[in-house]
Design a protein around this ligand. Structure first.
Ligand code: GDP
Length: 170
């Protein structure tokens, strides 16, 4: 079994916890009550005939998982389609990670969340697609509330990690 870590980043309130909870538990909670414990953000999945254990966290951590070798970490960079500031933060998050890793290129997926709030949309799909193109990275619009495209975004990051590992021979 391959162990990958997915690191979910983005401005507060964009729905990072909601996406993680939806992906791992298939549940959505509105304001207030978050029953999930930090260490339960872990999910075993089968993608393209391979089994993976995904460790899903909100910040970088060095924590080991018993008996398993981490084979890579990738980033889900989340903004809300209803909030321009959160979209502008995407670029800053990417630059921060590039600096930290001292690398231009790392596995990532850009995620525009809250598509169920179409009436409050501030960021068009085209604008986000243009940004994703400049980083040559996949882009998804999701709704953690309606479970729209959530699994697709997390799975795509696994594929990006596989691609990155095969390019870098490890
Ligand atoms: P975080 O700070 O990025 O972890 O954001 P949260 O997951 O705590 O979500 C912030 C608020 O946005 C909460 O009130 C969520 O219920 C709400 N929220 C998260 N995702 C969605 C979504 O897809 N649609 C809607 N309508 N609300 C969402």
């Amino acid at each position: 079994m391959m162990l990958y870590r997915h690191i979910v980043v983005g401005k507060g309130g964009v729905g990072k916890s909601a996406l993680m909870t939806q992906f791992v538990q298939r549940r959505f909670f509105g304001d207030g009550y978050w029953p999930m414990e930090e260490d339960t953000y872990r999910k075993q999945v089968e993608i393209d005939d391979e089994i993976y254990l995904l460790d899903i966290v909100e910040t970088e951590c060095q924590q080991e998982i018993q008996g398993l070798d981490l084979k890579g970490e990738g980033f889900l960079i989340v903004y809300s389609i209803t909030n321009r500031e959160s979209f502008e933060q995407v670029t800053r998050e990417i630059e921060k990670i590039q600096k930290m890793k001292e690398k231009e290129d790392f596995p990532m997926v850009i995620v525009g969340n809250k598509t169920d709030l179409e009436k409050d949309r501030k960021i068009s799909q085209n604008e986000a697609m243009d940004l994703a193109k400049t980083y040559n990275c996949p882009f998804f619009e999701t709704s953690a509330k309606n479970n729209h495209n959530v699994q697709e975004a997390f799975y795509q990051l696994v594929r990006e990690l596989n691609l990155y590992n095969s390019k870098n021979n490890n």
